[in-house]
Design a protein around this ligand. Structure first.
Ligand SMILES: NC(=O)N[C@@H](O)C(=O)O
Ligand code: NI
Length: 167
């Protein structure tokens, strides 16, 4: 049995797994006659790895709150596209990721708790746990590759790994 706690999401620590989409530490540019500040180029999306996969798609996920401690029973990866999670109500959520190639490095699995309003883009092929929402009916826009229905590889955890509820 192993217990995992959340780190605060930050771009540097998350970089091996994906990008954090927020304006922290970035200088915006003024557009739309000065009515909008654009924080540009925050993530490079890799959504068309295979030409035959069709156009990238966006979904609405309406999630239920996970119960904690949460048993992290399996990890998954999408080898043909990035996966982008955008909270639609500024809600916090948890991203569980692990480094690794053909197999995840379970010992180096990490959990990150987002700040309100942060979104994340997972690198193509990044091992991760399915969405961990903190409140019932939390809504997310999720961007995926066109082959999303067949592009999920899952592996069961080799031991009981419990994710603790963030403080
Ligand atoms: N299963 C599914 O559609 N979503 C997962 O890929 C996820 O990362 O939440
Ligand atoms: Ni996924």
């Amino acid at each position: 049995m192993r217990r995992l706690t959340c780190l605060e999401l930050n771009a540097a620590a998350f970089a091996p797994f994906g990008a954090v989409i927020d304006g922290e530490g970035r200088a915006p540019e003024s557009i739309n006659d000065g009515t909008t500040q654009r924080y540009a180029d925050l993530a490079r999306l890799d959504l068309c790895a295979n030409a035959g996969d069709g156009a990238p798609l966006i979904h609405l996920y309406v999630a239920s709150a996970r119960r904690f401690p949460l048993r992290l029973a399996r990890l998954e990866r999408h080898r043909r596209a990035s996966q982008v999670f955008i909270p639609l109500n500024g809600q916090r959520f948890i991203i569980v990721v692990a480094p690794g190639g053909p197999l995840p490095d379970w010992e180096r699995m990490q959990a990150f708790l987002s700040k309100p309003g942060q979104a994340v883009s997972l690198h193509r092929g990044c091992w991760h746990h399915g969405l961990v929402a903190l409140n019932d009916s939390d809504r997310f826009a999720v961007i995926e590759g066109g082959a999303y229905r067949t592009d999920t590889e899952e592996l069961d955890a080799p031991e009981d790994i419990l994710l603790e509820l963030p403080e």
